[in-house]
Write a protein that binds this ligand. Structure first.
Ligand code: 6PG
Length: 258
């Protein structure tokens, strides 16, 4: 497992702008090397702010959007047009404004879609989409170039909440989540085995309300109690924080191996 690299920025605006700039570099490098790239998006205020920063950046035109696969790490299981949908928010913030290939944008199913109100069927279908897009050496999940995660104050990532079934799932790559403590209650989420298929995992968060979770995760908390601790990329795990979120790290930045 990769060590945790920690980078701290002054405030949330600089954090999200710098993260958007990193995405340009990471995705253009992957496209130069292999012809295409893949990214896994997250919901939440910080995750969507990164996409807005990217939309506003002239450097976004360096990405060949038609050769990018877009996935989601989790989704709120609500109807297609609902403003709560992570994919709707991502489209409004960025995807509707760039030349993505609709066939390469892979949203999780809504609650009024082909699987009706059955999140287990929708989760299983998404696992099928991941498997269908995995390369010959990838197993059943693509080796995503970068997987973005926001962070909850109690340490959740994607829709993997503390002490939940999703946090201890070691077989299925995508699961339905019910009774989520963060509304809406029903969600679909990648599990740790799917998250860890990514080459790089970037945990991006801002604000004092996240400081305890950041310090505990980087201090070696268990992934069952504090799911952020279990989110690791194969070659890199990068924590991108603002000063407030990093305020309980005791100045610890750089490479941290709990
Ligand atoms: O759909 C969601 O709600 C998320 O994907 C969730 O994991 C989110 O990223 C965190 O809760 C952080 O959200 P904030 O950035 O708004 O704090």
């Amino acid at each position: 497992m990769s060590a945790n690299d920690v980078v701290v920025h002054d405030d949330e605006d600089i954090l999200t702008a710098a993260c958007a700039a990193r995405l340009v570099t990471r995705l253009t490098d992957a496209q130069a090397a292999r012809g295409s790239a893949s990214v896994v998006l997250t919901g939440g205020g910080t995750g969507i702010a990164i996409l807005e920063q990217l939309r506003q950046s002239p450097a976004k035109d360096a990405i060949d959007w038609s050769r990018l696969d877009v996935y989601w790490g989790d989704e709120r299981f609500v109807p297609a047009g609902d403003d709560e949908r992570n994919d709707k928010q991502a489209r409004e913030a960025l995807l509707d404004h760039v030349g993505v290939d609709p066939a390469r944008v892979h949203p999780m199913a809504p609650s009024d879609g082909e699987f009706g109100d059955d999140p287990d069927a929708a989760a299983a279908a998404y696992a099928g989409i991941l498997a269908a897009n995995a390369g010959p050496e990838d197993g059943d999940v693509p080796a995503f170039d970068v997987l973005l995660l926001g962070l909850g104050g109690e340490g959740h990532v994607a829709s993997i909440f503390p002490d939940s079934q999703a946090a201890s799932e070691d077989r299925r790559r995508v699961v339905a989540v019910r009774d989520s403590p963060k509304p809406p209650p029903t969600r679909i989420s990648l599990t740790f085995p799917a998250i860890r298929a990514a080459a790089e995992v970037w945990l991006v968060t801002a604000g004092e309300a996240k400081a305890d979770a950041v310090a505990l995760a980087l201090g070696g908390a268990s992934e069952l109690r504090l799911p952020a601790a279990g989110a690791r990329g194969r070659s890199r795990t990068l924590w991108l924080l603002d000063r407030a979120a990093a305020s309980k790290l005791g100045g610890l930045t750089g490479s941290v191996r709990p």
